[in-house]
Design a protein around this ligand. Sequence first.
Ligand SMILES: NC(=O)c1ccc[n+]([C@@H]2O[C@H](COP(=O)([O-])OP(=O)(O)OC[C@H]3O[C@@H](n4cnc5c(N)ncnc54)[C@H](OP(=O)(O)O)[C@@H]3O)[C@@H](O)[C@H]2O)c1
Length: 245
Amino acid sequence: MKIGIIGGVGRMGSGLAFRLSKNHDVLITSRNFEKAIQTAETLETNARGFHKNSMQGEINGASDEDAIEQSEIVIITLPAEATLPAIQELKAHFRQNQIIISTVVSMKKSQGTFRHVPLSKPATTSFTDETGSMKSVAELIQEFVRPANVVSSFHTVPAAYLTDIEKVLNVDVFVAGNDDTAVSAASKLICEIPNLRPLKVGPLENSRLIESMVPLLLNVANLNDLKEPLIRVIPWIPSAYSGCT
Ligand SMILES: NC(=O)c1ccc[n+]([C@@H]2O[C@H](COP(=O)([O-])OP(=O)(O)OC[C@H]3O[C@@H](n4cnc5c(N)ncnc54)[C@H](OP(=O)(O)O)[C@@H]3O)[C@@H](O)[C@H]2O)c1
């Protein structure tokens, strides 16, 4: 499978490219094409050293347009404020049966703590639902990329854990989406990264819950001296549920 990562030269995009290239060809993008090519070369060298003979994919640099047009799955790893303007400009390149995974969180830091701040640009989009509640970034992306299906995921996985080859990941990854096939495909990708467990949390609207967990986690980390806290759902009655078939 081919996976495009928009903003893939950044921390989260590089971490995902590093892991997902074990089984897939990954295209990473930047606003600077040369940077995308060079970052891809470095990442692929590192990934080959990590995955060794089991690495089946490649990592290459690409333009946003080519990454979207050539990929079955497109992962968005852009800063929140850049996401809607970028996706609006690229919207003609998305297509039916394509799966778009949003990792984007919109938050701000003020007076030492993080706050979840819903997006409010560009003006062509309705930022609230019929009840007046603010939509998540993932729901807003969905409005631009239709008929492709958006899945919201990976928000609570720290990028540092994906590229630090010494780390053993033991993390639950929430997945929200309206289309069952898209949610299954995203969950399958998550299962390919050792010790990540996908957990369904319902329709795309529930991305509001997932996105708001990130500032919560960062505040917990900063105010309680806990470095890079992760989410793991521990049921009272032990379960062997892996989320992966
Ligand atoms: N870091 C994490 O641990 C983590 C975990 C979960 C989710 N996320 C989410 O992933 C997203 C990216 O986070 P990150 O930490 O990877 O950020 P990052 O390291 O800054 O990477 C984002 C990339 O997007 C590109 N970019 C920056 N501004 C842009 C703009 N105005 N227009 C288009 N492209 C732009 C940049 O590449 P160029 O400058 O080369 O274009 C940059 O490398 C965020 O929404 C974040 O909430 C991050």
